[in-house]
Design a protein around this ligand. Structure first.
Ligand code: ADP
Ligand code: MG
Length: 561
């Protein structure tokens, strides 16, 4: 070994390692899924780079992953002939965490192991999970295209530092050797490993090989490797042959998440355009959902060859939480991000995939309302960006929105517009809403008095995006939205003739009073008017019909306008 040096892990890695070892002990076996998943990613990357540089395959294009255990030595080896790592890459990728916002995320952990184990699921554990079962990990790797003399040996006991050295490694790719902890020697058992591969990695699109278990008669058999998994990419298989568990495991592989998804939609499109898509609704928002550079977009394949992660062109931004794969037969293999920017193929795929995603959410809302509530809590704010971004699907998106209302009484956002419309009173033809800072602030607002009296439901909107959303949402099911805090509220046919007459008389009688108040308040108010919307409160501030709402004003003021 040459040029050996010792390096310290980035602080975040140390914290993550500590956390993982102490909070994931009840779910240890996932380390195998993570390492196999990385090996599969490495094969994908090699296939992609070899499209333009076939020499990278070094005459061996049969990509595979091999798993071998040695119970006597208590080691477990995962070997791949994928893209491999250079020395610099090993230091960078196996010593730091590149994700933005990681430090903030780790700060938010509670120290409560159960809760943290849950949180860490949304972070994705990856390579470092090897230290859950191993007290030493050795990585031997060589990047495709580099000479045999430029291999790297990375080694660590997971305790704050690691060593790197330059080695000779004739075979391209990465071999990871886990030195199992005393208590974890069970992971060196061939049958157990086979069952774990089946359980977690059956969907992986390249062979995962293990040595054939020796049969009594076959003596002394030359070691033979056999594939343990199905080894064809999951999305290429017919839906009827894929179990829910397989769909879930595949999600975890592509999304780097280990919470189960809530729903998925798998479709093969044939005809003018040919492609297969598999879209997922995650069960939990990633910790960096609101980071600008957070991962978004689909994994793009062209004729089963991996092209890129995070192809953002196939879904609108307001669906950026959707994860999945799209495999096209129409795009060229050398497709680039620039080519993806637009064009009829991309446009038509985008609109079809958008519709698929919205249909998947509609179905979830209909078939599993409790799951839909979970979805809404995690991603509702993002979906609310939809009506502004996607004019064509406005009505469809509106149907997916959920609001708090005076009907519920606990502030939960669980009222669909269709529910609201179904509860409208005789003669009501508008959808009433009130915006504000918080549920507590709006729930007893004087604006609601007249609606309470008449038994009319009012939607209560207290998310920051709501006023902005309502600028783009004008009607639902043919009924227009009315902000109850705006202008002179005309309840139309909801007021009886007698009520209207009484209102006119009061207005006449109080004209003088209103004029005196206007004189007293001067320029601070635009107008003083006799109102019929109050039943208990003496006065109320209303917003002019054309004026900005309060939230919008605050947003603009905060941004210095
Ligand atoms: P993620 O897979 O989410 O990127 P991991 O912690 O699992 O995070 O892996 C970190 C990085 O280490 C990978 O992104 C990759 O660059 C590198 N890596 C891990 N395993 C391999 C492998 N078998 N071959 C090549 N690179 C690998
Ligand atoms: Mg990984």
């Amino acid at each position: 070994e040459a040029h050996k040096e010792t390096r310290g892990f980035q602080t975040e890695v140390k914290q993550l390692l500590h956390l993982m070892i102490h909070s994931l002990y009840s779910n240890k076996e996932i380390f195998l899924r993570e390492l196999v998943s990385n090996a599969a990613d490495a094969a994908d990357k090699l296939r992609f780079e070899a499209l333009t540089r076939p020499e990278l395959l070094e005459g061996d294009g049969a990509l595979r992953i091999r798993i071998e255990a040695d119970p006597a030595a208590r080691t477990l080896t995962i070997d791949d002939n994928g893209i491999g790592l250079s020395r610099d890459e090993a230091v960078a990728h196996l010593g730091t965490i590149a994700k933005s916002g990681t430090a903030d995320f780790l700060k938010n952990l509670s120290g409560d192991q159960k809760k943290d184990a849950n949180l860490i699921g949304q972070f994705g554990v990856g390579f470092y999970s090897a230290f859950i079962v191993a007290d030493q990990v050795d990585v031997y790797s060589r990047r495709a295209g580099l000479p045999a003399s430029e291999g790297v040996h990375w080694s660590s006991r997971g305790e704050g530092e690691f060593e790197v050295a330059t080695i000779d490694k004739p075979e391209r790719g990465t071999r990871i050797v886990l030195h199992l902890k005393d208590s974890e020697e069970g992971f060196a058992d061939g049958w157990k490993l086979r069952s774990l591969v089946k359980k977690y990695s059956d969907h992986i699109g390249l062979p995962i090989e293990m040595r054939r278990e020796a049969q009594d008669e076959e003596q002394p058999a030359a070691p033979e490797w056999e594939a343990v998994n199905k080894a064809n990419a999951l999305w290429t298989r017919p839906r009827s042959e894929i179990s829910d568990a397989e769909y879930q495991e595949f999600y975890k592989h592509i999304a780097h998440d280990f919470t189960d998804p809530l729903a998925w939609s798998h479709n093969k499109v044939e005809g003018k355009l040919e492609y297969t898509s598999l879209l997922y609704t995650p069960g939990r928002a990633p910790f960096d959902l609101y980071h600008r550079d957070a991962a978004k977009g689909l994994k793009l394949y062209v004729q089963r060859v991996f092209i890129m992660d995070q192809a953002e062109q196939f879904l609108p931004l307001y669906l950026r939480f959707i994860k999945g794969v799209v495999d096209s037969s129409d795009l060229p293999l050398n497709v680039s991000r620039e080519i993806l920017q637009s064009g009829p193929v991309i446009d038509s795929m985008k609109s079809a995939l958008t519709k698929r995603a919205l249909d998947m959410l509609e179905k979830l809302a209909k078939d599993a309302p409790a799951d839909y509530q979970r979805f809404w809590k995690e991603f509702g704010q993002v979906l609310k960006e939809g009506p502004a971004e996607d004019f064509n699907n406005r009505e469809k998106i509106a149907g997916l929105l959920r609001f708090a209302s005076t009907h519920g009484g606990d502030g939960a956002q669980d009222v669909a517009l269709a529910d609201y419309v179904g509860r409208m009173v005789q003669g009501q033809d508008k959808i009433y809403y009130l915006t504000g800072e918080s549920y507590l602030q709006v729930k007893d607002s004087p604006h609601l008095e007249v609606f309470r009296k008449k038994g009319i439901e009012v939607l209560l909107m207290t998310d920051r995006v709501d006023e902005w959303l309502m600028n783009y949402l004008h009607e639902f099911d043919g009924k227009s939205f009315v902000d109850v805090a705006r202008g002179d509220l005309d309840l139309g046919t909801l007021d009886s003739e007698e009520e209207k007459k009484a209102q006119e008389e009061t207005a006449k009688a109080k004209e003088g009073l209103a004029a005196r108040i206007k004189t007293a308040l001067g320029e601070d108010v635009a107008e003083v008017r006799v109102s019929h919307r109050l039943t208990d409160s003496p006065a109320i501030l209303a917003i002019g019909e054309q004026d900005l709402g309060l939230q919008m004003r605050q947003i603009l003021e905060a941004s210095g306008q």
